[in-house]
Design a protein around this ligand. Structure first.
Ligand code: SF4
Length: 455
C-alpha cells in the first residue's frame, strides 16, 4: 500500500505525514488494519525498540471539582459515584507510589482535581515529591494539577518534578463543546508554562467524545507543534452520571487506527495508551503495544484498570519488555532537546516559545549522509544545531529510508476521562446510545482508601 510505505519511510526518518495522510490512516478498512499496525509498529520499534514504559497514577485529590469538563467523573455536578477526598498527606501518597514502583513503574503521576493549584497546593505537592524521591530518587515524577499560574511550574521543577501533564483533549475548534469553564488556549498556555520551566511536557487527547476524524488529526498535530514529549491517548470511558455517559463510539479497530495515526504524526515521541485501554481495546490490547511505547499500570484515577500483573503478563506474552529505570525513554536527540530546555538552554520547543530551527537531523536509516535535517515543525526550536537521532538498539537501521528493523484539569487529564474501566468487558460501539455501567468499574482501592492498590 503506497500510503503505508510513505508513512513508514517518513516515520523512520522522524518526519510527520501530511494532514491528508493522517486522515487516510483513520479511513483505512478492517482488511487493511494489520498492515497499518505493522507499518506503524516499524516506526515504533525504530525509536523505542520493544520497550514499554510503565506509569502509575496517584490521585492526590479526588472529585469536588468546580470545572465542567463533560467527560470527567470529577466535574461540577457529576453524579458518578466515585471516591471523593481531599489532599492525601505526603506519606500516604508516597505509600501509594511505592506500590506502583514495586510493580515496575518508572514514572509516578501525581494528579489532583480542580481548576488549578494554589501556592499552598504547590507546597503540598513539593512535600509529596520529596517523600517519594527520598524513598527512590530514580522515580520520575509527573505532576498534573490543572491550570498553572505564573511561577508555579518553576516551583514544581525546583521541588524535583520531572514532567507536567496537561492534556489538550480535543481540537481547538470543538473544545467549547466539552468544557466551558476554561478554554483550549488556557490549556495550551499551561503546557507552554511547564515546558518553559524546563519540565518535560506531557499532553494528550481523549478519543470517543463524538469528534470527527478532522478533530482528531487537528489535536494530534497541535500536540506535535507544542513539542509534547509524551502523548497520552485516552479512550473515553462514558461514566454514568456525566454528560457523555452514552457516548459509546469506539471499537478496538478504531482505537488501533487512532493509535497508529498518533504514532505516525509523533514518530519519536512517547505515545501512551491511557484511560479506556481495557474497555475499548479489550482483547486487542497487545496489538496496541506495537503502536504505543507506554501504558499506565493498574488502576486509573476514578476507575479500575485490569490487574497490574495482567499488564505485566500481557507485555511479556506479546514479546515486549518493561523499560527499566536506567533506560532512557526518548531517543537521544529528543532527550538532548529536553535536557537543554531543562538547563535553560536555547533549545526548547515551539511550545516553549522559541522559533523554528532546522537543526535536528535524524540519524537516517542509511547513515548520516542521508540525514534529512528534520526541521519538522513539531520539534522546531531555537538554533541549536546538530542533534542526531539514535535508533533503538534492537531496530538497527538498514539501507535507504526503510528502517531496519491532568485543577484542573488535573484529574481526568492524566488518566483521563479518566480512566480505565472494567477489565476486558465486551463493549461494542453502542449505536443505541445506552448506558454501559456494567463496563465501567469505579475505583474503590488504592490511594484514598484503606485497600491496597492492584499494581
Ligand atoms: S478534567 Fe480536571 S478540571 Fe476538568 S472537571 Fe475533571 S478534574 Fe475538573
Amino acid at each position: 500500500m503506497d500510503l503505508l510505505d510513505t508513512l513508514t519511510a517518513k516515520g523512520l526518518r522522524g518526519e510527520a505525514p501530511t494532514r491528508e495522510e493522517a486522515l487516510a490512516v483513520l479511513a483505512t478498512t478492517d482488511d487493511e488494519l494489520l498492515d497499518v499496525v505493522a507499518a506503524a509498529g516499524r516506526v515504533r520499534r525504530r525509536w523505542f525498540g520493544r520497550r514499554v514504559k510503565l506509569n502509575y497514577l496517584v490521585n492526590l485529590k479526588s472529585g469536588l471539582c468546580p470545572e465542567d469538563c463533560s467527560y470527567c467523573s470529577q466535574r461540577l455536578g457529576s453524579k458518578a459515584e466515585i471516591l471523593k477526598y481531599t489532599w492525601l498527606k505526603p506519606d500516604q501518597a508516597a505509600e501509594a507510589a511505592k506500590a506502583g514502583v514495586a510493580g515496575g513503574a518508572k514514572r509516578v503521576c501525581l494528579v489532583a482535581s480542580g481548576r488549578g493549584p494554589t501556592d499552598r497546593d504547590i507546597d503540598r505537592v513539593a512535600d509529596t515529591i520529596s517523600a517519594i524521591k527520598e524513598a527512590d530518587p530514580a522515580v520520575e515524577i509527573c505532576a498534573c494539577l490543572g491550570l498553572l499560574s505564573d511561577n508555579q511550574a518553576e516551583r514544581l521543577k525546583a521541588a524535583g518534578a520531572d514532567a507536567y501533564n496537561h492534556n489538550l483533549n480535543t481540537s481547538e475548534g470543538t473544545y467549547g463543546d466539552i468544557a466551558t469553564t476554561h478554554t483550549y488556549a488556557d490549556r495550551v498556555d499551561t503546557v507552554q508554562k511547564a515546558h518553559g520551566a524546563g519540565l518535560s511536557a506531557c499532553s494528550g487527547l481523549i478519543a470517543g467524545m463524538g469528534e470527527s476524524d478532522e478533530d482528531l488529526v487537528d489535536v494530534v498535530f497541535a500536540l506535535r507543534e507544542l513539542g509534547s514529549d509524551s502523548v497520552p491517548v485516552n479512550f473515553l470511558i462514558p461514566f454514568e452520571g456525566t454528560p457523555l455517559a452514552k457516548e459509546w463510539n469506539l471499537t478496538p479497530q478504531r482505537c488501533l487506527r487512532i493509535l497508529a495515526m498518533v504514532r505516525f504524526v509523533n514518530p519519536d515521541t512517547e505515545v501512551r495508551i491511557a484511560g479506556g485501554r481495557e474497555v475499548h481495546l479489550r482483547t486487542m490490547q497487545p496489538l496496541g503495544l506495537h503502536l504505543a511505547n507506554s501504558i499506565f499500570l493498574g488502576d486509573y484515577l476514578t476507575s479500575e484498570g485490569q490487574a497490574g500483573q495482567a499488564d505485566l503478563d500481557m507485555i511479556k506474552d506479546a514479546g515486549f519488555e518493561v523499560e527499566g529505570a536506567g533506560e532512557a525513554t526518548l531517543p537521544r536527540h529528543r532527550a538532548d532537546v529536553a535536557a537543554a530546555a531543562a538547563a535553560g538552554g536555547a533549545c526548547g520547543t515551539a511550545g516553549g516559545g522559541c522559533g523554528p530551527c532546522g537543526g535536528h537531523g535524524e540519524e537516517p536509516a542509511g547513515g548520516p549522509a542521508e540525514a534529512p535535517g528534520d526541521a519538522q515543525g513539531g520539534h522546531g526550536c531555537g538554533p541549536c544545531g546538530g542533534h542526531r537521532a539514535e535508533p533503538a538498539r534492537d531496530e538497527a537501521p538498514a539501507a535507504g529510508a526503510s528502517d531496519g528493523g491532568a485543577a484542573d484539569g488535573g484529574a481526568s487529564d492524566g488518566g483521563a476521562a479518566d480512566g480505565g474501566a472494567a477489565d476486558g468487558g465486551a463493549a461494542d460501539g453502542n449505536p443505541n446510545g445506552e448506558l454501559r455501567s456494567d463496563l465501567v468499574r469505579v475505583r474503590r482501592r488504592g490511594a484514598g482508601t484503606e485497600l491496597a492498590p492492584n499494581a
